[in-house]
Structure formats: structure tokens, C-alpha cells
Design a protein around this ligand. Structure first.
Ligand SMILES: NC(=O)c1ccc[n+]([C@@H]2O[C@H](COP(=O)([O-])OP(=O)(O)OC[C@H]3O[C@@H](n4cnc5c(N)ncnc54)[C@H](OP(=O)(O)O)[C@@H]3O)[C@@H](O)[C@H]2O)c1
Length: 342
């Protein structure tokens, strides 16, 4: 009889009170269960770390239910099918799935969050970033939520990050004047020199407001919102009439002790006399059109037109420590954990 595989998973031990801490997580080892009909066993190779996971660790209601204490932390991953009791999936095929922070995942073959991917087209890890959820967020957030027109000025926050770096490059491709905002000179240089944005301003500079003003002679038509706080308050001064701001996220608020008491972009825009047209959107609002984005993103990576950066760190057990990087800015590029070799 074959010995059962051991599965390491990381679960929520306590809810963070402010910035997450390693103490908020528990490691658990369990045996991988025997497959039932129509199930597949997936070995996780790469795990995506994303800001939204912080929201799930809080008790506050959002568009998704909070995690319960003891539950495995939510995440998408890219992996390989190592056992199958399904006619839809064969051993050796690659998939993305909503595995959570663990080494092995059993998926039902009807789960819409499990789908095949092809590492011969683009590297496996990119299906978690530029060719995956964050790339699709950038594509739909700009193309469908912001109604861009050639010649307009687009300001992108978290500009060197997984979503922002792709938003800006798509903006350039469709003829926008693109100004990024990022948290270091190194990130700003990358955004301008490598990604070809028209400019980028470091919001940590003492002269942030003036440096931004110097790049916005013709004002802001679209502000792609990912951060909130000081950055958003500073941008409000420059909106043109008819401007739009798709609200993708507001990461500066995610570690607040009480998120119901913070000033979100909705409060900041709500206090303006002539606010931009703004609305929170979710990438899944565009689920029906995911193939359109996938074709665009995979095509762009294959042709070299879409550039991307990944920060791939090793070891699932260190995921809590790596996760903090999203909130300190010490990630540079899409944050991914390499969980196992193939
Ligand atoms: N609506 C959706 O469907 C959807 C989907 C995916 C992502 N999102 C949102 O998109 C945003 C970006 O996500 P991502 O995956 O692309 O992450 P990312 O940009 O790769 O990483 C997060 C970055 O946010 C910046 N940041 C952190 N704390 C900040 C603060 N207090 N003020 C200003 N900037 C701060 C840091 O960059 P700097 O070093 O430049 O500060 C950090 O590197 C998040 O708000 C996320 O929740 C939304």
C-alpha cells in the first residue's frame, strides 16, 4: 500500500490587529485524503500572494466572507495534476486553482476556479501575475472601467506592482500619456526606463506634490486607484472635468485596526466638489470576458510587448513573512512563493 502524502498548510490562528504578524498563522501537517470520483490531486508549484488576502483575515464583511479561525489562508496557485479520478484532467497537466496556502489541493473537476494552463506558451508563474488574475485586473480596470481615449492622461498608483505595471503599459499601447506613482526611486526608474511610462513620481519624496504637479500640465483624466491615503488626497487637486477613477483597491488602509473608521478613496472623492466618476470594481465582474484578456496578455508576453517583473521567494512555510512585503513596499514585482519543484 502506498504511503499517504503529507500536506503542509498554513491556517489563520488569530485575526491580525493592524499589520499582520507571524503569530497570526499556524502551520499544520495532515495526510492527503484519498481521491473520490471526479476529483484531481494537484501539487502546488507556485502560490500567489495578493493584498486582498489581508481583508479575508479580518472579521469585517466585504465582497467575500471572512476566513474563519483555523481555515487555510485563501490563495490561487499554479500546479500540476499528480493523480486524477476525472475524465477532464490527466496526470501531468498544469492548472491554476484556488488551493489556498498549502502544498497539495484536491479539486472537484467542476470547480470553475480550477482551469488548465499551458507552460509552453508562457512561464508557469506568469499565470498568477501578468497572464493571470492581476493582469486581467489591469486589462479590465483600464479598458472597461475607465473608458480611455487616446491622448488622455492616466495616473497609475502602485505603478511598479503587479496590477499597476500592466495598467500603465496598456495605457501606453492605446496612446495615453501615462504617469506612475511608486514608493522608491528605484521603482520609478524601472517604470520609466523599462516600462516606458512618460513619468513616475516617488510619493515618499518630501516634494511629492510639486513633482507630481510638474508632470500634470494637462491634469488627470484617469486615476487608477490602488492605494488610497496620501497619494489619493494629493491627486485630487489635478482632476479634469469628466475624469474617471476606477477603484481597484486601497492598500494603505488594509492594515487599519478598524477599517470601518478609515478615510477610504470614497470618503476622499466624496468630499470633493467635482469628484471623478468613481466605482469599485472586481476583476470577477468581467468573468464572462476572461478569454479576451487572456489572449491579449499571453500574446503581449509572448511578443515581448508586455514586460513584467516577478519576485519569486522560496518556501511555503515563510509565506506569512513574505506576505508582509506587500504592505511595506519591499516587494518589487508580482509576489509569488515557489512551493515545490515539478
Ligand atoms: N479589484 C480587484 O479585482 C483587484 C484585483 C487585484 C488587485 N487589486 C488591488 O490592486 C492593488 C495592487 O495590488 P497588486 O497585487 O498589484 O500589488 P503590488 O502593487 O504588486 O504590491 C503592493 C504595492 O502597494 C504599495 N503600497 C503598499 N502600502 C502602501 C501605502 N501605504 N501607500 C501607498 N502604496 C502602498 C507598495 O508599492 P510602493 O513601493 O510603490 O509603495 C507595494 O509594493 C491592491 O490595492 C489590490 O487590493 C484589486
Amino acid at each position: 500500500m502506498m504511503t499517504k502524502l503529507k500536506n503542509l498548510s498554513i491556517t489563520l490562528k488569530t485575526r491580525p490587529n493592524g499589520m499582520i504578524d507571524s503569530e497570526n498563522f499556524s502551520k499544520k501537517i495532515s495526510e492527503v485524503e484519498t481521491l473520490k470520483e471526479n476529483q484531481v490531486l494537484i501539487k502546488v508549484l507556485y502560490l500567489s500572494l495578493d493584498p486582498y488576502m489581508r481583508g479575508r483575515m479580518s472579521e469585517a464583511k466585504s465582497y467575500a466572507d471572512p476566513l474563519q479561525i483555523g481555515e487555510i489562508i485563501t490563495a490561487e496557485s499554479a500546479g500540476i495534476v499528480i493523480e486524477s479520478k476525472s475524465t477532464k484532467y490527466s496526470v501531468g497537466e498544469y492548472v491554476c486553482c484556488r488551493s489556498g496556502w498549502q502544498e497539495y489541493f484536491i479539486s472537484n473537476d467542476k470547480d470553475p476556479m480550477t482551469y488548465k494552463i499551458d507552460p509552453k506558451l508562457v512561464p508557469l508563474s506568469t499565470y498568477l501575475g501578468v497572464c493571470g488574475m492581476t493582469g486581467r485586473t489591469a486589462y479590465f480596470g483600464l479598458m472597461k472601467e475607465a473608458s480611455p481615449s487616446k491622448g488622455e492622461t492616466l495616473v497609475v498608483s502602485a505603478a511598479s506592482g503587479a496590477v499597476g505595471s500592466i495598467v500603465g503599459q496598456i495605457g501606453k499601447k492605446i496612446g495615453l500619456n501615462v504617469i506612475g506613482i511608486a514608493g522608491s526611486d528605484e521603482k520609478c526608474n524601472y517604470v520609466v526606463d523599462e516600462l516606458n511610462f512618460d513619468g513616475c513620481v516617488n510619493y515618499k519624496s518630501a516634494f511629492f506634490r510639486d513633482e507630481l504637479a510638474s508632470k500634470l500640465d494637462s491634469g488627470v483624466d484617469i486615476y487608477f486607484e490602488s492605494v488610497g491615503g496620501l497619494v489619493t488626497e494629493t491627486v485630487t487637486e489635478f482632476f479634469n472635468s469628466g475624469s474617471r477613477s476606477p477603484i481597484c483597491g486601497y492598500i494603505s488602509n488594509y492594515n487599519a485596526k478598524d477599517i470601518t473608521k478609515v478615510k477610504t478613496p470614497f470618503h476622499i472623492f466624496g468630499a470633493m466638489k467635482n469628484p471623478p466618476k468613481h466605482k469599485f470594481f472586481l476583476v470577477f465582474d468581467h468573468y464572462a470576458n476572461f478569454n479576451e484578456a487572456n489572449e491579449f496578455l499571453i500574446g503581449g508576453v509572448r511578443s515581448g510587448e508586455l514586460k513584467y517583473k516577478e519576485m519569486i521567494l522560496e518556501g511555503l512555510e515563510k509565506a506569512p513573512e513574505y506576505f508582509k512585503r506587500l504592505f511595506t513596499g519591499s516587494n518589487f514585482g508580482k509576489l509569488i512563493v515557489k512551493v515545490a519543484d515539478q
